[in-house]
Design a protein around this ligand. Structure first.
Ligand code: SF4
Length: 332
């Protein structure tokens, strides 16, 4: 009996990534356009092999606290916290340092060593009293939990404020592109620019802070836009990328946006891994709420980390459940 191999030619070609050869934009686009149905698991398998070779073992989970919620003057179309939309979320001013410490300790006691501090708003291009209050919180966290890695996401920065974060124990910063840079104003927001974000990433690099820069699937973008985002992130040479799937929130302009299917999410994640073989790719929003039974398959589509313990305005699973998931995935 002869057994023939029927790998799709575009996937066969993409096996070169395992030999350290980069995928071109056209090759990534061919995968997006030609791989469907039964070929999809072959693409997922390749992405998992690439993850295994270049980005294993699975990186630790991280957890976040929303330290200031809502009342944001920016108009990001997906976001429940924008004052331009009517989402009815809980809003509150900056949390006091003790509250943040309490949340960090809970995450720490569950074995989490990467803690994200997130606030709503444009950001801080000057050391305002609120910015200085945050620095005090970071000092407190460092004193009490010295081996907790502090990741921060507080919006647009200047060279000065980026440097001040570095002086106050911030080791990583989250600044998402969200989508293809060329489509940012149309698909995300026009109250600030993608250039503001790219400048912030450059200032952070100058200051010695590592970057976690990713985006969202499901904003109404095309496959070309998804691939342009993957390449833009590759070119920025950031340390990691959070990948989110839009959970359309009532009251936002995207409330009726169709959900991304698990198959499309898996294809996008796999292509993202092939374009960014060595990076930490982290599954964040949409994992349990939208992908439900498919979340493990999606992790196997080339991802090597996840966010645990609740995400901003939507709910997550328990930290031990997520740690178990990550440990089990390491066997594949
Ligand atoms: S994503 Fe950030 S900047 Fe944009 S509306 Fe939401 S809180 Fe504001």
């Amino acid at each position: 009996m002869t057994i023939s191999c029927h790998l799709h030619p575009d996937i066969q070609n993409a096996y070169k990534v395992l030999d350290g050869q980069p995928l071109t934009r056209q090759e990534a686009l061919d995968l997006a356009n030609h791989i469907h149905g039964e070929d999809l698991l072959d693409l997922i398998s390749l992405a998992n092999k690439v993850r295994h070779r270049f980005a294993a073992p699975a990186a630790p989970a991280c957890s976040i606290i929303n330290a200031k919620s809502g009342r944001c003057g920016q108009n990001c179309r997906f976001c429940a916290q924008s004052a331009h939309h009517h989402t009815g979320i809980d809003t509150y001013p900056l949390l006091p340092p003790e509250k943040v410490l309490e949340a960090a300790r809970t995450a720490y006691d569950h074995g989490v060593r990467h803690f994200g501090y997130v606030t709503s708003g444009y950001g801080y291009t000057e050391p305002t009293p609120e910015f200085l209050a945050m620095l005090e919180t970071f000092d407190l966290l460092h004193r009490e939990l010295p081996d907790l890695n502090l990741c921060v996401s507080i919006g647009i920065l200047s060279r000065q404020t980026a440097r001040m974060l570095a002086e106050h124990h911030v080791y990583r910063y989250n600044m998402n592109l969200q989508t293809s840079p060329a489509q940012y104003a149309r698909l995300v927001a026009d109250t600030h620019t993608i250039q503001d974000k790219l400048n912030t990433i450059a200032y952070l690099k100058e200051a010695g802070i590592t970057n976690c820069t990713g985006g969202i699937l499901g904003l109404g973008e095309s496959w070309e836009d998804r691939i342009d985002m993957a390449f833009a992130i590759r070119d920025l040479d950031v340390e990691g990328s959070p990948l989110n799937i839009l959970l359309p929130i009532p009251g936002t302009p995207l409330q009726d946006q169709p959900h991304v299917s698990p198959a499309d999410a898996a294809k996008a994640f796999a292509i993202f891994r092939l374009v960014n073989p060595t990076k930490m790719l982290k599954f964040c929003a949409g994992r349990e709420t939208l992908m439900k039974d498919f979340q493990a398959l999606l992790m196997l589509s080339g991802l090597n980390s996840l966010m645990t313990g609740g995400y901003l305005t939507t709910r997550g699973r328990s930290v031990p459940e997520d740690q178990q998931l990550l440990q089990s995935l390491a066997d594949f």
